[in-house]
Design a protein around this ligand. Structure first.
Ligand SMILES: [Zn+2]
Length: 132
């Protein structure tokens, strides 16, 4: 089961699923959650956390979190998207902020930034290895 189907399935049975940092928090009536549910949540943890963060407008993954940390921005410093009311999550070179959910070209730029961050990390790791 994919992460989104899993969340839909749990929601349909009245299970509240929220992200708490890197953990998934569950709130359900006794006997509702099965071992299969827990196994599926464990298997899909990354995808589920990503969806939950998307839903609450938080940075969706480690790259985005690192980008925020790198620029020393608090989420409260980020402009709110006028269309959806969530945090803007993409900054362009002209220092303008965009919402990747509403601005499809922002989404593209966001993905480009994430790829750039991943490449930068690969290069850093490479240097660490060759220097060590
Ligand atoms: Zn938006």
């Amino acid at each position: 089961m994919t992460a989104d189907l899993l969340l839909v399935n749990l929601a349909a049975r009245g299970v509240s699923v929220t992200a708490d940092g890197g953990s998934i928090e569950l709130d359900a009536e006794a006997g509702v959650l099965t071992d299969d549910d827990l196994r599926a949540l464990k298997d899909q943890k990354r995808g589920v956390l990503r969806l939950l963060r998307l839903a609450e407008g938080s940075p969706v993954d480690e790259s985005a979190s690192r980008l925020l940390a790198m620029d020393q921005l608090a989420p409260s410093d980020l402009p709110i998207c006028a269309t959806c009311g969530r945090l803007s999550d993409t900054e362009t070179m002209d220092s303008a902020w965009h919402c990747s959910r509403c601005d499809t070209s922002a989404k593209y730029r966001h993905e480009e930034t994430q790829r750039w961050l991943r490449n930068a990390e690969t290069i850093r790791n490479y240097h660490q290895h060759s220097n060590g």
